[in-house]
Design a protein around this ligand. Structure first.
Ligand SMILES: Cc1cc2nc3c(=O)[nH]c(=O)nc-3n(C[C@H](O)[C@H](O)[C@H](O)COP(=O)(O)OP(=O)(O)OC[C@H]3O[C@@H](n4cnc5c(N)ncnc54)[C@H](O)[C@@H]3O)c2cc1C
Ligand code: FES
Length: 258
């Protein structure tokens, strides 16, 4: 897939919660094709300490409005600089990067999309694309507390949403792997993105049940194009750059102890 460097225009910035913003970007020309699970390297202007671009998942692509959405957790200098943009500003982006999730082969395939924290971001576009194909995705989204749940209304447009919170303030109490949907229903495939302990727990469940499972790794990145080797992950095929061979991997390819 051809990569582009574009000065995208910020159409709107919405505060999603205390530290999360949703940035809606557009361009004069049609945006390039992008697959769910791919990401964008965003230049973080406005601070001398943010020389390197920051990887941000493709949260959603609205083809009719020619918009790309990025959900940004403002946790450090880079993401704060990105999250501080306002409508009319430009964001310099390299896109689309990485491989993306495997899409269902048939409409009947039952796919569970499991997300935690800002890791829910790529699952919205994945669910929307699945819906467009005629599939019915089920989302399983976890957070510490109700206030940390992100974009639930958007997810609900494309599939059934199951929720867990650690304090029980929304959905079922506990971690995503404790949710009753995992015992009540059978899935053909799981796609997950979020904190590594959560993805490992999901991978362990999928491995135990013999369910195909893909995880989207968030190893720290710099170049985003396989040149600097800073994002390497050990796999059955040797050391691979997560930015180029991933970020999405089938768990069978990783050397995780499941
Ligand atoms: C493929 C990919 C997709 C991503 N998608 C998104 C997204 O959609 N939205 C979003 O907000 N963030 C996303 N991230 C994470 C984001 O890139 C990092 O949070 C960001 O690079 C941190 O930069 P900073 O300058 O704000 O923070 P820094 O000052 O660099 O770091 C602040 C703190 O965050 C920790 N940190 C830095 N990078 C990561 C990381 N990759 N994972 C976990 N902790 C980290 C640091 O150790 C430090 O404690 C993604 C990362 C990858 C690799
Ligand atoms: S970020 Fe440079 S090789 Fe992956």
């Amino acid at each position: 897939m051809k990569k582009c460097i574009l000065d995208l225009t910020v159409r709107a910035v919405e505060k999603v919660s205390e530290k999360y913003v949703l940035i809606r970007l557009t361009d004069d020309k049609p945006l390039p094709d992008m697959r769910p699970g791919q990401f964008v390297e965003v230049r973080a202007d406005g601070t001398a300490d943010t020389y390197l671009r920051r990887p941000i998942s493709i949260n959603f692509v609205d083809r009719d409005a020619n918009e790309l959405w990025l959900l940004v957790a403002m946790i450090g200098d880079g993401t704060r600089a990105i999250g501080c943009v306002s409508a009319g500003c430009k964001l310099n982006c390299v896109l689309p990067l990485g491989n993306g999730f495997t899409m269902p082969h048939t409409q009947a395939e039952r796919v569970l999309l499991v997300g935690g924290g800002v890791g829910v971001a790529p699952l919205l576009y994945m669910g929307a694309e699945m819906r467009r194909m005629g599939c019915e995705p089920v989302f399983l989204l976890g957070a510490r507390r109700a206030a940390d749940l992100l974009m639930i209304g958007e997810f609900a447009k494309y599939g059934r949403v199951c929720v867990t919170t650690e304090d029980g303030s929304a959905g079922e109490k506990g971690f995503v792997t404790n949710h009753s949907v995992l015992t009540a229903e059978r899935f053909d495939r799981i796609a997950t993105c979020g904190p590594k302990p959560m993805m490992m727990a999901v991978a362990r469940y999928a491995h135990g049940e013999g369910i195909e499972c893909e995880v989207s790794l968030e190893n720290t990145m710099a170049c985003g194009i396989g040149a600097c080797l800073c994002c390497v992950e050990k796999t059955v095929a040797g050391n691979l750059c997560v930015c180029k061979a991933g970020p999405v991997f089938n768990i069978k390819k990783l050397l995780w102890q499941l």
